[in-house]
Ligand binder design. Structure first.
Ligand code: GDD
Ligand code: MN
Length: 384
């Protein structure tokens, strides 16, 4: 078997026949390719009857019905287990993902690309099928995901429900998604090096309705938290931020003690409090954030580097604050932007310099390539 097309379906009775027909039409251009279509269905309407009828007459169509179970992502994981193909393509049942793109995706997989993602956000693509509110929610979700998980950062449509992959990408990966976004699970836990994005237009639905809900947004958030906690390099940044925030409390407490307990001068008290906070941050980061790293180096090497990075961080905060002020923002907002920039600076520098080593081994360079709509569609059409 060359290709398995995996389709999660939930109450899509009017879309099943059209999508199967269009998949066959699109795949007709690839004459010798053996493919199968797996529906993983959780429907409570007549979808299952339609699927069963189709499976009885079309040997390429297979159905796995789950009773009482729900969830788009877990349905796809089930599909990965059932599928026999060397390559997998996952798509929705409602024709918002155009089957005409299948040949172009297949060719890419065959050439050896590990993951192929049709993208709404590559030049020439569009997500016209979503209303303005859904667009905003979807954008916010993507940005939060990309901040939280570094493996999503360079992927323009990391929440897509349409993607293809080599079977090996997920073979052996322990997939345990919550909710809908199976692709973020694959991108974080899969074994891959090359990703190719193809521009496409996410179309409006003809039949049935979207099952997206606020509850799914909440599930997405829970899914992100779980992935961050399971991914050491992403977890580190959050630990670093939490420890940084704890430093503010240490700073204020020490300042109060020096001012009111020891009646120290304010400038002196402020400087001392900052130094104590810095030391406290250093100890926590050394013991928690980078516990498994920087082995072999003593504190008398790491601490001065850490302090130097922090001092440059303060400088950066002030410079950014002034720049923001010049373009018309008020000082506290400018300071907040400055803190953000200097936090990222300190994190990156400490990760690469102060507690170097293991990070080198971990950073597998992933290669992302893109293809605009014009090229993709010419290729898809020329085959038909
Ligand atoms: N098996 C199963 N179980 N399938 C489900 C379930 C479920 O609980 N819920 C939804 N599905 C199926 C639908 O039948 C459809 O084929 C697909 O998953 C997507 O559901 P829609 O309800 O059509 O979602 P959407 O159009 O709002 O969002 C889609 O597009 C987004 C943009 O690409 C989804 O694919 C999102 O994941 C995607 O981000
Ligand atoms: Mn849809």
């Amino acid at each position: 078997m060359d290709l398995s097309i995996i389709i999660p379906s939930y109450n899509e009775k009017d879309n099943i026949r059209p999508i199967v027909r269009r998949i066959h039409e699109a795949m007709a251009s690839l004459r010798d390719v053996l493919y199968e279509i797996w529906f993983v269905d959780d429907s409570s309407d007549e979808t299952l009857e339609v699927l069963a009828e189709l499976a009885a007459t079309d040997e390429r169509v297979h159905v796995h019905h789950r009773n009482g179970e729900r969830g788009l992502a877990s349905a796809v994981v089930q599909g990965f287990k059932l599928a026999q193909g060397r390559y997998f393509i996952v798509m929705d049942a409602d024709l918002q993902h155009p089957p005409e793109l299948l040949p172009a995706m297949y060719e890419r997989l065959k050439q050896g690309t590990d993951i192929v993602i049709p993208s709404r956000f590559v030049e020439g693509g569009s997500d016209g099928g979503l209303g303005p509110f859904r667009k905003l929610v979807s954008w916010t979700a993507r940005v939060i995901g990309q901040i939280a998980l570094h493996r999503l950062r360079r992927i323009s449509d990391c929440t897509s429900g349409f993607f293809g992959l080599q079977r090996d990408v997920v073979a052996g990966a322990e997939l345990d998604p919550i909710g809908w976004k199976i692709l973020i699970e694959v991108l974080v836990k899969g074994h891959y090096r090359t990703v190719h994005e193809i521009a496409y237009s996410f179309l409006a639905r003809d039949a049935g309705e979207s099952k997206m809900s606020m509850h799914e947004q909440w599930n997405y958030f829970r899914h992100l938290v779980r992935l961050v906690s399971q991914s050491p390099s992403d977890r580190r940044f959050f630990l670093f931020c939490i420890i940084g925030a704890s430093g503010v409390i240490v700073n204020e407490v020490v300042l109060s003690i020096l001012l009111y307990g020891f009646h120290m001068k304010d400038t002196m008290a402020s400087i001392l409090a900052s130094l104590v906070a810095m030391l406290s941050n250093y100890i926590w980061n050394d013991q928690i954030t980078w516990r498994s790293q920087g082995a072999g180096r003593k504190w008398n090497v790491k601490l001065p580097i850490f302090v130097a990075i922090s001092l440059v961080g303060i400088l950066i905060t002030t410079l950014v604050m002034h720049t923001c002020e010049r373009i018309g923002l008020i000082v506290p907002i400018g300071q907040a932007v400055g803190i953000l920039v200097s936090t990222v600076w300190s994190y990156v520098m400490n990760n690469r310099v102060t507690w170097r080593e293991i990070e080198h081994r971990e950073r597998g360079d992933i290669v992302v390539t893109r293809e605009s709509a014009s090229t993709a569609f010419t290729r898809a059409k020329s085959g038909v």
